[in-house]
Design a protein around this ligand. Structure first.
Ligand SMILES: Cc1cc2nc3c(=O)[nH]c(=O)nc-3n(C[C@H](O)[C@H](O)[C@H](O)COP(=O)(O)OP(=O)(O)OC[C@H]3O[C@@H](n4cnc5c(N)ncnc54)[C@H](O)[C@@H]3O)c2cc1C
Length: 398
């Protein structure tokens, strides 16, 4: 196992770090206070700069105009970009588009690639992924009410989804729907491409999440599919293989998220250390950093971030070299370890800032609000713990 960073990657990471510091962090206050849709023109300019620097789409294959990095390399980039909530969007590797690009690249037909993948990879359009349902447990997605019934050459889709992140302004959704109700449970659902201007695709609302409904990319939609008719040629891969395709997307997506969270940890840790050394708490000028409890938070955070980071890079290396299946346990473990590490580190950083931490004058309150979801999406902590332990314990069963 070799996590040595090549000279080329070191240069790339340095360029990205500088870009995040110079071009993104200074506009974050606008991202927090304004509607995302109002920032789109400015972010388009930033994306253009990224393209000119040839840093667009670190995870996107070279033939689609991206950098085609390995998972370990993309993980390192994701860490740098994660320091700002704008990083992934501006570099063209934001969820859920990143996952949808992967699915379309691996399973799309020539026509689907031309129509959907090319403009998506170029950043000309956005997309969303519509699986979770209002009335069904997302933790057990085989329990699905949404159906896609064949009628002539079409599928007719009916169902109610929510948390279709970034649906607002997306050109198409990849929808999971039951196409084969009589098949075994894991072979009942398929992925179908639904252009969002199809009659019957209804964005009911952007769900208020932690007090903010958001707009455009920064939103989570509730979607009502009402007799929504699309041609059968919009099926992705084979019928009934929706969950198999979803599994394919799991490994890289997990590394992407976990390293982004490490980036959030790094930024929060940096803010915590700065504040601790600057904030004077006694008349003779002693700072917070002189207090043992703060020192303890600094040490614990440093150790926890390093452990979570190495665990994630290890998982990325195993996926790169041994494949997703062999890395299944690593992929489950990093999900809850890194999400909880991030939550603790952000919380400590916020606490060190006192009242300032609760304001939007630093990025910490934003991280605190929006990254709580990390323990829920992409599989809740409990589900990953339970599935890992079940697999692991079979080794001991006689
Ligand atoms: C910010 C955000 C963005 C999202 N983006 C998308 C998206 O783009 N597309 C999409 O399709 N979905 C998305 N989701 C949905 C997400 O995948 C689901 O919320 C998640 O899978 C959990 O499903 P649920 O909300 O139905 O919770 P439930 O399945 O009802 O579970 C509720 C809680 O019960 C516990 N629990 C569940 N099962 C078990 C178990 N077996 N053992 C022990 N405890 C258990 C867990 O604590 C869990 O948090 C997003 C969610 C959030 C919060």
């Amino acid at each position: 196992m070799d996590f040595g960073i090549s000279d080329k990657m070191q240069t790339i990471l340095k360029m990205i770090d500088e870009f995040v510091d110079k071009e993104l962090i200074p506009i974050e206050h606008r991202f927090i206070k304004e509607e995302f849709r109002d920032l789109v023109p400015l972010l388009k300019e930033k994306r253009q700069m990224v393209k000119q620097m040839e840093l667009w789409g670190p995870n996107i294959p070279v033939d689609l105009g991206g950098m085609g990095l390995s998972l370990v390399e993309h993980g390192l980039v994701s860490e740098s970009l994660g320091r700002s909530p704008l990083g992934h969007y501006v570099f063209g590797c934001q969820a859920p588009d990143a996952g949808n690009i992967e699915i379309l690249h691996q399973h799309g037909t020539a026509e689907q690639k031309e129509k959907y993948l090319k403009p998506l990879a170029a950043g000309d359009i956005r997309s969303c992924f519509s699986m979770t349902e209002v009335n069904m447990p997302g933790s057990n997605p085989v329990m699905m009410e949404t159906t896609a019934v064949k009628d002539g050459n079409d599928y007719v889709i009916n169902g109610q989804k929510w948390y279709t992140s970034s649906a607002d302004g997306s050109k198409f959704a990849i929808v999971m729907a039951v196409t084969n109700p009589d098949a075994p449970l894991y072979q009942q659902a398929s992925m179908i491409i639904v252009p969002t201007d199809t009659p019957g695709f209804n964005l009911v609302r952007n769900i208020p999440v932690m007090g903010h409904s958001g707009s455009d990319y920064a939103s989570h939609g509730e979607i009502l599919y009402q007799s929504c008719r699309v041609p059968q040629s919009n099926l992705l891969g084979k019928e009934g293989l929706g969950f198999v395709i979803a599994q394919d997307r799991l490994g890289p997506g997990r590394i992407h998220h976990c390293m982004r969270w490490i980036g959030i940890c790094n930024r929060s840790f940096d803010l915590m250390c700065r504040r601790a050394t600057e904030r004077k708490i006694t008349p003779d000028g002693k700072t917070l950093a002189t207090r043992q409890i703060i020192q303890s938070w600094v040490s614990e955070s440093a150790a926890e971030i390093q452990a979570a980071r190495l665990m994630t890079l290890n998982a990325a290396w195993r996926i790169d070299n041994l494949g997703t299946k062999a890395a299944r346990d690593d992929i489950a473990l990093i999900k809850f370890v890194v999400a909880n590490t991030m939550q603790r580190v952000v919380d400590r950083a916020l606490q060190v800032h006192g009242g300032l931490g609760m304001t939007d004058d630093t990025i910490l309150a934003y991280f605190f609000r929006h990254e709580r979801a990390a323990r829920i999406y992409d599989g809740a902590d409990e589900v990953h713990k339970s599935s890992f332990a079940r697999r692991y314990l079979t080794r001991y069963q006689k």
